[in-house]
Design a protein around this ligand. Structure first.
Ligand SMILES: [Fe+2]
Ligand SMILES: [Fe+2]
Length: 246
């Protein structure tokens, strides 16, 4: 079989499998595009089964997935996080902060965007030092507040993205004040200092560069991320199987 024939055969197999399945999107995928209070548009489910496992449109993940497997098979391009981790390393900060940089935006790239610092922190909380979780959770908030002592300014990109008069919600302001007074404030702050979007576009960073840092500071569960009964295992499974009916 030629490569083209193989691709066509795979396409055909996929469309046959899709014909047999009903795939329903979670409310959060579509809330806003549609009013979540409305009943879901009825799909023709005659002779079909509701998807209860792997989504055939996605690459299959290993039986015992690792953190890097999620990067490879479920997260969007990780350039920003990789470059930020590399920059942190170059700036000579602790390995905990390098790890926090590597993981800080996993929620926007693979899960849920709104309140992404909180979601990312919750995802990794069972596997990393609490200081890493703290930095990831509060980087979202601290990004809105300058700190001259480390040369961190309000990002120009935020003025472009959110407008000049955007003001963080009161809950974010409270979170900022809490983080500001916390013993790990500087850890979270250093994450924001290395959270740069204007790094050299020609610098290519491989995930594997961080194998050792991850090995030392991320407690990879033996059963695979998602199957270890940790408080966030179900969240990892949802990333792996985002369209399961239940
Ligand atoms: Fe972020
Ligand atoms: Fe970021």
């Amino acid at each position: 079989m030629t490569t083209l024939q193989k691709a066509e055969a795979a396409d055909h197999a996929l469309s046959q499998e899709m014909d047999r399945l009903v795939i329903v999107k979670s409310a959060i995928y579509t809330s806003g595009e549609r009013d979540p209070r409305e009943p879901l548009p009825r799909q023709d489910d005659r002779g079909k089964l509701h998807l209860m496992g792997h989504d055939p449109r996605l690459p299959r993940m290993p039986d015992k997935p690792t953190l890097f497997d999620y990067f490879k098979y479920r997260f969007g391009p990780a350039t920003h996080m990789l470059q930020s981790a590399r920059l942190a390393q170059k700036n000579g900060v602790s390995e905990k902060i390098v790890l926090a940089c590597l993981l800080h935006d996993i929620a926007t790239s693979g899960f849920i965007r709104a309140d992404h610092g909180y979601w990312a922190a919750q995802l990794v909380e069972p596997y990393v030092d609490p200081e890493v979780t703290f930095a990831i959770r509060y980087h979202q908030v601290l990004r809105f507040y300058p700190d001259d002592s480390v040369g961190y300014r309000y990002p120009d990109s935020y003025i472009r993205l959110f407008g000049a008069d955007f003001k963080p919600e009161p809950y974010l302001h409270r979170a900022y004040e809490y983080a500001r007074g916390h013993k790990w404030y500087m850890t979270a702050r250093l994450l924001t200092v290395n959270d740069l979007y204007s790094f050299d576009p020609n610098v290519h960073v491989e995930l594997e560069e961080f194998t050792d840092v991850v090995g030392r500071h991320f407690r990879q569960p033996e059963e695979g991320l998602g199957f270890d009964d940790s408080p966030s295992a179900h969240m990892w499974r949802t990333i792996m199987w985002p369209t399961r009916y239940l």
